[in-house]
Structures are given as structure tokens and as C-alpha cells.
Ligand binder design. Structure first.
Ligand SMILES: Nc1nc2c(ncn2[C@@H]2O[C@H](COP(=O)(O)OP(=O)(O)OP(=O)(O)O)[C@@H](O)[C@H]2O)c(=O)[nH]1
Ligand SMILES: [Mg+2]
Length: 147
């Protein structure tokens, strides 16, 4: 089964996005370790923010066919360094999360994700309202990923 690994800063909404894609209820609280959840691989945000942990992401990414880099659309901070996604030997797609929030700035988030090196398309999603979830699910399913 082709797995999808979700990476991105702490609080970006990775666990919530996986739950929305799987039609499940999101586990509450920070993700403390890399977790395999059916066809998805959830990762702690710190692993994408602290270079010491990059090796763990790189090794685990070999278990995945596709990666998804999530960035909170309501967060103006640049939390992912330029070119970050280029480290991985797998395609990395972008997800601008929390699109439902009034402060969400989709243009800015796409800019951040492109600077981080993600491929097109980038998806605008909300785990809360379900916006963009079926489009992303479909995109991944067409590439053989069953979440
Ligand atoms: N409004 C809104 N809130 C969201 C959405 N997705 C996640 N959240 C909230 O954002 C917070 C962080 O969500 P998580 O899914 O735990 O974030 P994470 O990226 O897995 O965080 P770590 O495990 O710490 O790396 C939680 O309070 C969620 O309820 C969304 O689409 N809209
Ligand atoms: Mg999490």
C-alpha cells in the first residue's frame, strides 16, 4: 500500500488533516512520535523544525510514496526553511491548512510552501469544515495512496 507521510510545523494541523482524510475523529494533543495510522504516517511538528530530527523524517519517508507538507494558513510566521522539501527522495505536495480561520492568508501560505520546495498542486484545506479534503483524497487515491 502506498503510504502518505504528513510533515510540517507543530500545530499546523497534520493529525487533524489525516483524521479528516480518513473520516476519523482526530486524536487530541501533540503528536509525540512518528505514528503509522493505516495508510498515513503522522509526524511530530518538531521533527520538521529542529534539524537534529531531520534524519528521522528522511529515514521514515522511505516508507512513504508521497509526502504532504502542511502549513497553517493563519500563521504568518515562516516555520519551514527554503528548500526543505527538496531533501526528500519522494514527491512532496503542499497543504495550506485551517482555511476556515478568518486570519487565513492562502496566498502567503502558498508562497511559503513554494519557497519550501513543494510541488504543484498545493491544496487549500480545512479539517474543520471539510473544505478541500475530498480533492486532496482524490489526488492521492489517483496516485495509489489509500489512506
Ligand atoms: N480552525 C481550525 N483548527 C484546526 C484545523 N486543523 C487543526 N486545527 C486545530 O489546530 C490545533 C493543532 O492541530 P493538530 O492536528 O494537533 O496539529 P499537528 O500539526 O498534528 O500538531 P503536532 O502534532 O504538535 O505537530 C488543534 O487545536 C486543532 O483542533 C482546521 O482545519 N481548522
Ligand atoms: Mg499531530
Amino acid at each position: 500500500m502506498n503510504k502518505v507521510m504528513v510533515i510540517g510545523p507543530a500545530g499546523a494541523g497534520k493529525t487533524s488533516l489525516i483524521a479528516a482524510l480518513q473520516g476519523a475523529a482526530a486524536a487530541k494533543g501533540k503528536t509525540q512520535a512518528i505514528c503509522f495510522v493505516n495508510g498515513a504516517i503522522d509526524t511530530p511538528g518538531e521533527y520538521a523544525q529542529i534539524p537534529r530530527f531531520y534524519a528521522a523524517l528522511l529515514v521514515t519517508s522511505m516508507e512513504a510514496a508521497h509526502l504532504l507538507l502542511a502549513h497553517d494558513a493563519a500563521n504568518p510566521a515562516v516555520l519551514i526553511p527554503p528548500g526543505f522539501a527538496k531533501m526528500f527522495a519522494r514527491p512532496v505536495w503542499g497543504a495550506a491548512t485551517k482555511a476556515d480561520l478568518p486570519q487565513a492568508d492562502i496566498g502567503r501560505t502558498y508562497r511559503y510552501l513554494r519557497q519550501a520546495g513543494v510541488g504543484e498542486p498545493i491544496f487549500t484545506v480545512s479539517a474543520l469544515t471539510g473544505e478541500g479534503i475530498s480533492e486532496l483524497y482524490q489526488f492521492l487515491a489517483e496516485r495509489g495512496c489509500k489512506l
